[in-house]
Design a protein around this ligand. Structure first.
Ligand code: C2E
Ligand code: MG
Ligand code: MG
Length: 744
């Protein structure tokens, strides 16, 4: 839950950061664009001012020239033609058409010698009225070509201030236009000048602007959108202020207009510098494109970051789920997954089964861990393949599996389990590991019962499967509940009991057949629990054999006995061989011989003082047990065949020659008194004797039994008749010293 909300906070923070970065990027882009726009306005203004200055200089030069002629004429009234003539050189040098003087009647004296009457010209009339003029474009009345000209004129006053004529300067209209040549914006801009009425006085670079046109009515007036800007231009023009904005001619243009004054402020023109919006946009687009690319990459990186984050957290989640729910050995569901699925099944009516592989340890030990893992995987596949709809399987641990089988009858369930067992049996045969089969514990999963609880009931039932029986399953309902609880308790307490040495070695003496002397003893485990009571091995040995704990107990017993023997020897007792029980599970450890040998050596004990008891059933299944026993015997440790006569004792066992002593089981002894039992006993004993085996009779309780066994020439007697198992201290008192004071 906490993990979930932490993840949500992380996502919210990353999203907020992403949005923030995006907003900042867009804001910066906007800012950069504004900045560029401002920069552009500034550039336009600078260029426009430079243009206006250049244009003003151009006209001013002419104005100064005209003023020069004016003062020349005023000073040399007597010979005006001379004065005018003096200026011919300037006309040529400045690329003018002509300069001249109009007398009060309109007749001209000009540098090019053309004489005409210009009294009809407006500039003449204005001049005579005392006004300076720069005309619009006129056609030249003094030339046959009617060239387009512009005339600049000034009145000539006499000493009393009356106007007596007009000086004028004529130049090619196109030459004036040339002075507007743009030197910036890659030659893409253009300039023009208008007078106070809006008449275009000079224009360069735009074919739509003709000198004969009026800017307001002929050019801008064509587009209704220009109305507002036209008004603004007119207003500013009247005030002599700059105007900046956009206007629509053929297309949109940016312009900057600034007033330019001539003739000592008498004439004001408005000078426009214009750049097509296209040109700027083109310039802009490159930068904008870069900005867009930058935005795109920023957004892309944010998106990829978010995607990566989502993907990795998803992958992490998947990995976590995998780690949490996948079994590393089988690759299938683990127990947590099993519980989760079964818990979520809406209608979880069915049987919970706990199953494990009997003698699985022997595979691990005999064929190695890898083969063991392979076996687990194969068994898992068999289990998984056997599942129907709404069923589930999972591996609990080691060779323990959990199954949920949705059968509704016990018979059907047993059929299913037997089918699975058959397949596992075939697998074991294929792997050449006999004695491997599945054991099952079963319970019905109750409504509202946690799967874990159900499983532990099934597990308890599994622990009650008697391995010696043909039936390898047990239903929970069939078992003794107290026993289950007790088993669980014993399993839980085992480690602590070993540590605290709660397991005691008791000794049951073995007597010579005439009962005259002790010839040895058997070490038998007793569990003294902390409350002082004693638990008999019959209660816990089978349980520990099932769960594999027995091997540790056997080793503990063996070590304790060896140490005790060494101590007794040291103390000078008449020490006799003690046989220690070795369960089948212990024999599966391939290093058992080395481990036990090490213990014997640690105690510095002669191997004749220690013997091992194994049961006939231990020989089943794994051929190498004989090898293990052989190695013990090579060390000098005698092997006793325990419980001979129980179950399906085989005469062939007698001939295996892997043991030294035959221990006749109590069940054989109990038959003494009935004829067929005695016959059987007689044949077993004599066969054993013929094979050179030492014969010990176990569970001898009566004199009748003793007598018969004496008759059969048995070697030793172990039974309540002579002695029960007893604590070490008591046995010690019976042992006597090496000098021979043994109690009979
Ligand atoms: P076992 O190895 O056959 O030991 C002989 C059992 O017979 C002992 O039972 C002993 O007390 C009992 N017994 C001996 N004489 C008589 C008699 O005259 N009458 C009757 N009724 N019983 C007699 P115990 O000590 O209860 O042990 C039971 C079994 O537990 C042993 O059978 C052995 O299989 C197992 N066990 C005992 N200690 C160990 C051990 O340290 N390791 C292993 N693996 N198994 C052990
Ligand atoms: Mg025994
Ligand atoms: Mg026995």
């Amino acid at each position: 839950m906490e993990e979930q909300s932490r993840k949500q906070i992380k996502i919210i923070i990353s999203a907020a950061v992403a949005v923030l970065i995006l907003v900042i990027t867009l804001f910066c882009t906007e800012k950069i664009q504004d900045e560029m726009q401002m920069q552009l306005s500034q550039n336009l203004k600078d260029v426009a001012n430079q243009n206006a200055k250049a244009f003003h200089n151009q006209i001013n030069t002419n104005e100064q020239l005209l003023k020069g002629l004016l003062s020349e004429v005023q000073q040399n009234r007597g010979n005006i033609a001379d004065s005018v003539h003096k200026y011919s050189n300037f006309v040529e040098a400045y690329g003018l058409k002509r300069m001249g003087y109009c007398m009060a009647d309109g007749m001209t004296v000009s540098t090019d010698g053309v004489m005409a009457n210009l009294s009809f010209r407006e500039f003449f009339q204005r001049g005579m009225n005392g006004q300076c003029t720069i005309t619009g474009v006129l056609s030249d009345a003094l030339s046959m070509d009617y060239d387009r000209i512009v005339v600049m004129s000034m009145p000539v006053r006499n000493a009393s201030g009356d106007v007596e004529g007009v000086v004028f300067l004529t130049y090619d209209a196109d030459a004036l236009d040339d002075s507007l040549q743009m030197r910036s914006f890659d030659g893409q801009g253009y300039s023009f000048a208008i007078n106070e009425n809006g008449d275009i006085m000079a224009a360069m670079g735009n074919d739509n602007l003709q000198l004969s046109q009026n800017l307001f009515s002929d050019v801008m007036g064509k587009e209704p959108e220009n109305e507002e800007i036209v008004n603004l231009i007119q207003e500013n023009l009247a005030k002599g202020e700059n105007t900046q904005g956009t206007m629509l001619l053929e297309e949109e243009d940016y312009f900057f207009a600034t007033p330019v004054t001539f003739m000592d402020g008498e004439i004001t023109w408005y000078m426009f510098t214009v750049i097509p919006a296209d040109f700027l946009d083109h310039r802009f687009t490159a930068i904008q494109k870069n900005l867009l690319i930058m935005d795109f990459f920023v957004i892309l990186s944010i998106m990829s970051g978010i995607l990566l984050f989502v993907y990795t957290s998803k992958a992490q989640q998947r990995e976590l789920i995998r780690l949490a729910y996948m079994d590393p050995v089988t690759g299938g569901a683990n127990f947590a997954r099993f519980c989760q699925v079964v818990d979520n099944m809406h209608d979880k009516q069915g049987y919970l089964v706990s199953t494990d592989i009997q003698n699985f340890n022997s595979i691990n030990i005999a064929a190695g861990r890898e083969a063991g893992d392979r076996m687990l995987k194969d068994v898992w596949e068999i289990l998984e393949a056997s599942l129907h709809e709404y069923e589930m399987a999972g591996r609990m641990r080691e060779d323990h599996f959990a199954l949920f089988l949705a059968e509704d009858s016990r018979e059907a369930l047993v059929g299913r389990m037997e089918e699975i067992s058959g397949k596992v049996h075939d697998l074991a045969v294929k792997m050449q590991v006999p004695g491997v089969y599945l054991c099952y514990g079963v319970c019905i999963l109750e409504e509202n019962e946690a799967v874990e609880d159900g499983y532990s009931r099934a597990r308890s039932a599994r622990n009650c499967v008697n391995e010696d029986h043909a039936r390898h399953y047990m239903f929970y309902s069939e078992i003794d509940q107290d026993e289950i609880r007790e088993n669980q308790m014993m399993e839980e307490k085992f480690d602590q009991a070993l540590e605290e040495r709660q397991f005691e070695v008791w000794y049951q003496p073995k007597y010579s057949v005439d009962g005259s002397q002790i010839v040895g003893s058997e070490a038998l485990v007793r569990w003294r629990i902390p409350d002082g009571s004693m638990v008999s091995p019959g209660r816990f040995i089978p349980l520990f054999e099932k769960n594999g704990m027995i091997a540790r107990l056997d080793e503990y017993m063996f070590r304790t006995v060896c140490r005790q023997q060494a101590e007794w020897l040291k103390a000078g007792y008449n020490v006799l061989p003690v046989s220690v029980n070795l369960s089948r599970a212990s024999l599966y450890y391939s290093d058992i011989v080395e481990r036990y040998e090490r213990i014997i050596k640690e105690c510095d004990l002669d191997t004749s003082y220690i013997q091992l008891e194994v049961t006939e059933s231990a020989l089943e299944g794994k051929a190498d047990i004989l090898g293990v026993l052989g190695r013990f015997r090579d060390m000098g440790v005698q092997i006793l065949m325990d419980d001979f006569g129980t179950g399906y004792s085989s005469l062939a066992t007698l001939n295996m020659r892997c043991f030294d002593t035959l221990k006749l089981d109590k069940s054989l002894i109990d038959h003494i008194g009935d004829e067929s039992g005695e016959t059987l006993l007689y044949h077993v004993v004599s066969m054993g004797q013929q094979l050179g085996l030492h014969i010990t009779a176990e569970g001898v309780e009566t004199m009748v039994q003793l007598k018969y066994l004496q008759k059969l020439n048995c070697d030793d007697i172990q039974g309540f008749l002579f002695a029960r198992p007893m604590p070490a201290a008591e046995f010690e008192s019976r042992m006597g010293s090496r000098d021979g004071d043994q109690e009979a």
